[in-house]
Write a protein that binds this ligand. Structure first.
Ligand code: 6R9
Length: 572
């Protein structure tokens, strides 16, 4: 039988011979050279003879399609870079991308990098408050947005003295723009064929991705241009991207997967990728794969579960024979999903594990390696990953014991800071290890098995939501006296947000009240952060020092042992 040849040698072989130098050589980069992600994903690919190759096939919910070659992308990213420069944006300043998955988002990202500024992508479903927190923290100078999201920016602009330029990519001139707002139509601007790319070095800041933690507001994980070394080679080895692939990464660039692998990994490999700027239905997704003959598909467990729910029959209506390799990211991939995909697509989804902070894949299943359904796989060659004791944070010598996932710093894509938050950054390192904050065990064969998070962060449909951000927003509601937010189990999204709320005197715990509070959070923060359920309580369980014990509430939701509650102040 025809045996597929993968980019990666066998895992064991690769462990012996792998070095990051392989990636550097392939990218033509030597230590000390200039290094710019924007240039590498566009100009370099054109220089290698692929100017006329398709870089992006884009489709929206109306079925409108746009296609761009690598040369189109090179010129449009130049145009954006030059526009920002002329506007007065300086290298090192933060430029936010606050848009749906339109071409301007993808090219804007690379254009920002080409002129030396830092790209700050934010999920377009965020409400004003979520936006404000992140723009304030980053001291953002400019923001790209669409007409439909402009009101959310206008709501907060007065509170953001550093935000000087609001660039609207689809202004139709119907309503006048205000001071500080500019109409920027990517395709109508005078094209810039040659642009002097900013001479960034390996350690020049590139991307700022906000991610949620247990305490405090979201933190900006700051990356550098050197990350491309990891992203290029993991996309090549794990996603197995090849020259004739048509690749589809379903993630939104508001989250790290959408930039590390939805932009940098794919295009630094010179691969054609498809983007669908439309909501999910199984029918649409299968149709998209069939139409564009997608061969490599990188998706997420929630989407896979949603497809499973639609059943096997619908799959038969489509010709999906172009698919040759599938990977998954963002949350635990259940064994059933792996088995199901083997049955219906003839291919297992290969799980990958990594984080906003790690910038690239840490633990994965590799093409050609035995898949153990339910396991996240093994560490990427060149990265030392282990589990450490939950208390001492020292590596666990014995296999099969649950500890915290930890990695030896030094892989190229690792984040370099939390923006303006050195104290929290430092806390992530101990005994020479970066602590991932997830629990797992390693079996006798070296496979990693995910157990759960080691903190209170909620992973809903693959998106991390911080309880503190939601609790803070809840407190701004006139009826709320106190609240605690936890994740509760959900068959589709793995977890959804649940809020426990103590009302102020004079407010009634009615269904109307519940809906009103839910809506308040949806608008203020985002649909992801909106509690799916609010339980009204008289008071919340607290420690004697007055800290709300989310652990107790969470354990009840999951039917787990509550554990030591000796420091509890009140009984529930
Ligand atoms: C890339 C991304 C990171 C957190 C991570 C963990 C969870 C990611 C997973 C997984 C189980 C996997 N996570 N991959 N859990 N199995 N294969 O998702 O980044 O948004 O920062 O989330 O997601 O808890 O720590 P980010």
């Amino acid at each position: 039988m025809f045996k597929q040849l993968f980019n990666m040698k066998s895992y064991e072989e690769e462990l012996k011979t792998f070095s990051w130098n392989i990636a550097k050589e392939e990218l033509g980069y030597k230590d000390g050279d200039n290094l710019n992600i924007g240039w590498h994903c566009t100009d370099r690919i054109c220089n290698s003879g692929k100017s006329e190759k398709l870089a992006l096939i884009w489709e929206d919910h109306k079925g409108e399609e746009k296609r761009y070659t690598f040369d189109d992308m090179r010129v449009l990213t130049n145009t954006i870079a030059s526009y920002l420069q002329k506007l007065g944006v300086n290298p090192g300043e933060r430029v936010c991308l606050f848009m749906d998955k339109v071409p301007e988002l993808y090219f804007g990202f690379l254009g920002i990098l080409k002129m030396g500024a830092i790209a700050q992508p934010l999920f377009s479903a965020f409400g004003s408050e979520s936006l404000l927190t992140r723009l304030e923290n980053a001291g953002t100078t400019a923001i790209f947005t669409q007409k439909k999201h402009l009101p959310k920016v206008r709501n907060i602009v007065a509170k953001l003295p550093s935000l000087k330029y609001i660039l609207v990519v689809d202004d139709d001139g119907v309503k006048p723009l205000r001071e500080g707002e500019y109409s920027f139509k990517m395709e109508q601007e005078e094209k810039v064929y040659d642009f002097e790319v900013y001479p960034s070095k390996a350690e020049t800041p590139s991307v700022l991705h906000y991610t949620s933690g247990t305490t405090g507001q979201p933190k900006g994980a700051q990356h550098v241009h050197y990350s491309i070394i990891s992203q290029y080679i993991t996309a090549k080895y794990v996603l197995d991207l090849k020259d004739d692939d048509i690749y589809w990464c379903t993630a939104d660039p508001g989250w790290v997967t959408g930039t590390s692998y939805g932009i940098i990994g794919a295009w630094s490999n010179g691969v054609t990728q498809c983007v669908m700027d439309a909501g999910f239905t199984a029918e649409n997704w299968y149709k998209f794969i069939e139409k564009h003959k997608i061969s490599m598909w990188y998706s997420a467990p929630t989407a896979i579960r949603a497809l499973m729910k639609e059943g096997k029959d619908i799959v038969k209506k489509f010709d999906l024979s172009s698919l040759r390799h599938l990977c998954s990211i963002g949350e635990p991939l259940n064994a059933e999903a792996v088995i199901w995909s083997e049955e219906v697509f003839g291919l297992p989804f290969l799980d990958t594990y990594w984080q906003t902070e790690t910038g690239s894949m840490m633990v994965s299943n590799y093409p050609g390696m035995k898949v153990k359904p339910g396991s996240m796989g093994k560490p990427f060659p060149g990265i030392e990953v282990t589990v450490v004791d939950l208390q001492t944070h020292l590596p666990l010598e014995k296999r099969g014991i649950v500890g915290m996932i930890a990695a030896k710093p030094g892989w190229p894509a690792m984040f370099r800071a939390y923006w303006n938050n050195e104290a929290t950054y430092k806390k992530k390192f101990e005994n020479g290890w970066y602590l991932c904050g997830d629990r797992a065990s390693i079996d006798e064969e070296g496979y990693f098995w995910f157990v759960g998070r080691d903190d209170d962060v909620i992973n809903t449909a693959g998106h991390l939501v911080g309880p503190f951000e939601i609790e803070s927003a809840l407190l701004e509601h006139p009826a709320v006296a106190e609240s605690a937010v936890v994740g509760k189990p959900d068959p589709m999204n793995m977890e959804v947000v649940k809020a426990f709320v103590a009302l102020k005197p004079g407010f009634e715990p009615t269904k109307m009240q519940e809906l009103e509070i839910m809506n308040f959070i949806r608008k203020k923060l985002s649909p992801l952060a909106m509690p799916q359920e609010i339980e009204f309580v008289d008071k919340l369980p607290k420690t004697r020092s007055g800290k709300i014990m989310r652990r107790v509430l969470r354990a009840k939701e999951w039917g787990e042992e509550i554990g030591d509650i000796s420091t509890l102040e009140n009984d529930m």
